[in-house]
Design a protein. Structure first.
Lengths: 245, 273
């Protein structure tokens, strides 16, 4: 096995968070969570149901694009994944623009289903490979979907964790803040403090453990059958990850 | 009766300027030949609704100056990155952008299907999407206690335009599992469709095809367009032409490159067949 890639560490970290669930859905532009969900399904012996948006073969929904959302509203989806051009310390995510939204400095595709699924899916795992003061900010420029809500707002769902290219954070719902859970290989607490634009808790201090690196068996799955399956939706991702010599 | 027209260009000629036009996402077949025909006929002032998001077809229409307003949950070229003409148009304020979220579009179209004035939707509260939409309201759940919920006005597109594998001579359209196309046809005042083939057997008469078929009742006009979704795909018939889409994504980074693309691939009809 050649060296472990950051993406593979993220895939394994997310897959561990899906253990014991019954139905996980994966949205647009989510090759890392998609691979993680497929890995978790493999490890579950097939008991985990995975719905991949954008997949053409073997569809899991038959009532059109709305079914994912209706399914989530009924509590039939246990986990979902959201990224963000910006993510802030209260787990607000921005998928729209940088600067004034009417005259943006940068414009991204848009909010997709985030403003709905973030409220309704119990375990929303945030992911962003770029871990820098540019992506993890004190306050997002545009709230596609808020991390927390007032007590009277119907919200069975919300943020569960944030997985980046450097570390894993848990989201502490009570304190409305992220708490550092584990550091990827070669990262230090000082690195994370320097590269994170928002304040976070560090309950384990210097004793913060390392993120578990996928072992040979998991890497063979990720690079073999999982890679083949994810290629249908993300050919470029699969080529970059698995075809490099 | 559904009009059976001769070509995608005749379909494009039937779609008036200035209308609200609902278009499908790239995972449902897109009527790309008809979209190119809209560019060829210099369509103007279209307001596009992405159901619930779209990519290449919207970028093409925006770049060609056919569009004044876009309402959608996202515009993206997927793994090929940002939709460059859309991104530029928003930054330069050439189009009005109404950001929304996928289920809000589905719900507002369902309201229209049912002839209702609005549909309530969970989620959303606290998002800047709501803060920036003066046509939406946060109201109380009339059956609840201190339970705020968003009310969305029904969306009734003037027309929808999409592609499908098959139609019959009675105007019925087989869409298989892509049922968002069914909702779009139900909710829109008119539906224009291009298809790979037109068969003589009634698609509603066969129990295998009937459940995945939009009755001709909803279809204003259709035309045969072989490889009409190219360079996007049609499930089970042909795949996306990823190399061509990569070529587009590169060319469309600049206005000059985009114009050259239009000149080569759109202006003089299609050369891919």
């Amino acid at each position: 096995m050649s060296g472990v890639r950051t993406e593979e560490i993220m895939i394994a970290a997310i897959a561990r968070m899906l253990s014991g669930l019954s139905h996980v859905a994966v949205g647009s532009a989510s090759p890392i969570p998609g691979s993680a969900a497929l890995l978790a399904r493999k490890l579950s012996g097939g008991s985990l149901r995975v719905s991949l948006l954008g997949r053409i073969s073997n569809p899991t929904f038959t009532d059109g694009a709305r079914e994912l959302f209706d399914c989530a509203a009924q509590g039939r989806i246990d986990a979902f994944f959201l990224g963000g051009a910006q993510i802030d310390g209260q787990a607000n995510i921005n998928l729209v623009s940088i600067g004034d939204p009417d005259r943006p400095k940068a414009r991204f595709p848009g909010s997709f289903g985030s403003a709905y699924l973030y409220f309704l899916v119990p375990r929303v795992i945030l992911f962003r490979q770029e871990h820098s003061p540019r992506s993890l900010v004190p306050k997002v420029d545009y709230i596609s979907a808020p991390g927390v809500s007032e007590p009277n707002v119907y919200r069975p769902g919300g943020p569960y964790a944030l997985v980046t290219g450097r570390c894993v954070f848990d989201f502490d719902k009570k304190n409305r803040r992220f708490a550092l859970k584990s550091l990827h290989p070669d990262e230090t607490l000082e690195d994370i403090e320097r590269e994170t634009g928002f304040e976070f808790d560090c309950p384990q201090g210097k004793a913060t453990p390392g993120t578990e690196v996928p072992d040979t068996e998991w890497l063979e799955l990720i690079r073999g059958p999982i890679g083949d399956e994810i290629r249908e939706i993300y050919p470029d991702f699969a080529a970059k990850m698995f075809d490099a010599t | 009766m559904t009009d059976i027209l001769k070509s995608a260009d005749e379909i494009a000629a039937s779609i008036p300027d200035g209308i609200l036009l609902a278009l499908p996402p790239e995972y449902a077949p897109c009527a790309m030949e008809a979209v190119r025909a809209l560019v060829r006929r210099n369509a103007k002032d279209l307001r596009l609704l992405g159901v619930p998001q779209f990519g290449f077809q919207a970028d093409l229409l925006i770049g060609a100056g056919c569009v004044t307003e876009v309402e959608t949950a996202a515009v993206t070229l997927g793994e090929l990155g940002l939709a460059p003409r859309f991104t530029d148009a928003v930054k330069l304020q050439k189009i009005a952008m109404r950001d929304t979220t996928c289920p809000a579009i589905h719900a507002a179209l369902q309201a229209s299907e049912k002839g209702l004035p609005f549909m309530p939707l969970r989620g959303l509260i606290g998002s800047d999407i709501v803060a920036r939409r003066d046509d939406w309201q946060i109201a109380d759940n009339p059956f609840g206690d201190n339970d705020p919920i968003v009310y969305l006005p029904a969306i009734r597109p003037d027309a929808t335009l999409f592609h499908a594998a098959k139609a019959d001579i009675y105007g019925n359209i087989w869409i298989g599992v892509r049922r968002e196309l069914m909702v779009m046809a139900h909710a829109s005042a008119a539906a224009y469709v291009t298809v790979e083939e037109i068969v003589e057997t009634d698609l509603l008469a066969d129990p295998q095809t009937a459940p995945g078929t939009i009755p001709g009742l909803y279809i204003t006009a259709l035309a045969k367009a072989r490889k009409g979704a190219w360079p996007l795909g049609v499930p089970d018939l042909y795949e996306r032409d990823q190399e061509h889409l990569k070529h587009y994504a590169e060319k469309a980074r600049s206005v000059e490159g985009f114009d050259a693309y239009i000149e080569q691939w759109v202006r003089h009809g299609s050369q891919h067949a």
